[in-house]
Design a protein around this ligand. Structure first.
Ligand code: ZN
Length: 370
């Protein structure tokens, strides 16, 4: 097929897809994060076709190590909208011995790097942390790096505080990883072609609550700092972009689907709207379990509403982020519903979370099934 015809077909196809995408957007104004990503990728393909360039794909880079576990310990400073943190990565080189490891780390102020294996040098650029080991780490050998850093994230982690004009009683922070924004608040292999278990510890003032993936191992107050440490553990592997953290003041509604804890968390000012948005979640879980034939795969299913969240929702493993715009009062009950968004994000717990596309060029698979 000649190039001009190919470009013409690509543009026509894109416009056709664009028409469908527009209709889909009109029908579902509260987009899932994946849907928004698809729209962005589609726009990029269209722009490339219009410029006569080959379509661009978003392939993940080669893996040089197998990451086994990521542990992040975060102390946020809500007033300064910054954080002090430590990230521990357990890994083993694959294919060949590892002399140097490049981690995504955008805008992080790296204070210290230690390792189970002697480090020759570290270098921090605007976007990466490069760790050079004295001796190459043999293939298959277990290794660990511990990175202490500070961050004032411009992406990936967002504060909503009284200093910014929000009610102090609604103070919160939330994160959004997809596609590759978590590197603004913790160092990692920030691509979807690597799965590992995770632990998130968040130290916050008493009265606040911190939510993350998996199950809550402990909630302890430190006598010296007065901060309460929430320790979450995700013991089934998942990908970097599905790591999540929300912290702040919330009110919640809880229930159970069999033994599975199910909950919805909202900012305190939205408490009167909890019940409307929560009412279908268990029915949706029940329906998908029966239809898919695979039991719900994670330790819990929580939804949590983030103030000014940019999309409709994001299916982070076991803890979906939802926009507060999905909440509605009884007065608007006949006009609005959270059902479509709720069902879409629950479906992603299987399609996208349990089974994940290797890179963004296959994102349509996540979205097609959900
Ligand atoms: Zn989606």
């Amino acid at each position: 097929m000649n190039r001009q015809l190919l470009v013409t077909l690509a543009v026509l196809g894109s416009q056709l897809l664009g028409t469908f995408a527009l209709r889909a957007n009109e029908a579902h104004l509260l987009q899932c994060g994946h849907c928004a990503m698809m729209a962005r990728l589609h726009a990029r393909q269209l722009a490339a076709a219009e410029q006569g360039k080959a379509p661009q794909n978003s392939y993940a880079p080669d893996r040089f190590v197998d990451v086994a576990h990521l542990k992040i310990d975060v102390t946020p400073n809500f007033k300064e909208r910054s954080l002090a943190a430590t990230a521990v990565l357990d890994f083993a080189p694959i294919a060949k011995p590892l002399k140097q490891w490049h981690l995504n780390a955008t805008g992080l102020d790296i204070r210290q790097v230690t390792s189970s294996h002697a480090i020759q040098a570290t270098q921090s650029t605007d976007t990466h942390l490069e760790i050079t080991f004295r001796d190459p780490i043999p293939t298959g050998e277990d290794a660990r790096v511990t990175i202490t850093y500070n961050a004032t994230p411009k992406k990936g982690l967002y504060f909503r505080t009284a200093e910014m004009g929000y009610p102090a009683s609604d103070t919160q922070l939330w994160t959004q990883g997809e596609p590759e924004d978590h590197q603004h608040w913790f160092p990692s292999h920030d691509y979807p072609n690597e799965k590992f278990t995770t632990e998130v510890i968040c130290r916050i003032p008493a009265g606040m609550e911190a939510l993350s993936n998996g199950r809550l191992l402990s909630q302890k107050k430190d006598k010296d700092t007065g901060l309460v440490a929430f320790h979450w553990f995700q013991d089934k592997v998942h990908v970097n972009y599905l790591v999540t953290l929300l912290a702040g003041y919330f009110v919640k509604m809880e229930d159970k689907h069999g033994e599975l804890p199910v909950a919805l968390y909202v900012p305190p000012s939205e408490k009167d709207q909890l019940a409307n948005t929560f009412r279908d979640t268990i029915k949706i879980l029940d329906y998908f379990e029966r239809e898919i034939g695979v039991p719900y795969p994670w330790d819990k299913y929580y939804n949590a509403c983030a103030i000014d969240y940019m999309w409709g929702g994001m299916e982070n493993t076991s803890l979906t982020t939802l926009t507060t715009r999905t909440l509605f009062t009884d007065a608007t009950e006949n006009l609005r519903s959270s059902r479509g968004l709720d069902a879409h994000e629950v479906a992603h717990q299987w399609f996208g979370d349990l089974v994940t596309c290797r890179d963004w060029s296959h994102l349509w698979l996540n979205e097609g099934f959900a």
